[in-house]
Design a protein around this ligand. Structure first.
Ligand SMILES: [Zn+2]
Ligand SMILES: [Zn+2]
Length: 130
């Protein structure tokens, strides 16, 4: 089984795109791993590339609107299974606790903006240039 993947990363704010090879992560409890077949790049990714999103650590792999197949399933995942075709958007989940969530306005959830935007705070891989 392949244990490495190629990805395009930004190693510092304002840096150039770098094609790197990195380890394929295993999904943790409650997570699935998606083999990405297509990925959009939008203005949010340019904020990441240019270092305009506060608090990010680098290197970072931009890209947060993807389509692909689930290729591994972590423990305690009940609904999803290997092989299912899936799409992932900007919103990586919300907390149901913050003021925005209690109003039913999940998009600007404080937790989401800080931690759980797909491909921004969650998408850190360390690779080496290929
Ligand atoms: Zn976007
Ligand atoms: Zn919230």
């Amino acid at each position: 089984m392949t244990t490495k993947m190629q990805t395009a990363q930004i190693s510092k704010p304002g840096g150039e795109w770098e094609l790197v090879e990195c380890h394929i992560p295993e999904p943790g409890p409650g997570q699935v791993r998606v083999k990405v077949e297509a990925c959009g790049i939008c203005h949010s990714d340019m904020l990441v590339k240019e270092g305009l999103w506060p608090g990010l650590q680098y290197p970072r792999v931009p890209g947060h609107e993807v389509a692909g197949h689930i290729d591994a399933v972590g423990d305690n995942v009940r609904v999803w299974r290997q092989g299912q075709r899936v799409g992932v958007g900007w919103h990586g989940g919300h907390c149901f606790v913050c003021a925005q969530c209690r109003r039913g306005d999940f998009g600007p959830c404080t937790y989401t903006l800080r931690i759980n935007i797909t491909g921004s705070p969650t998408n850190r891989h360390r690779g080496k240039k290929v």
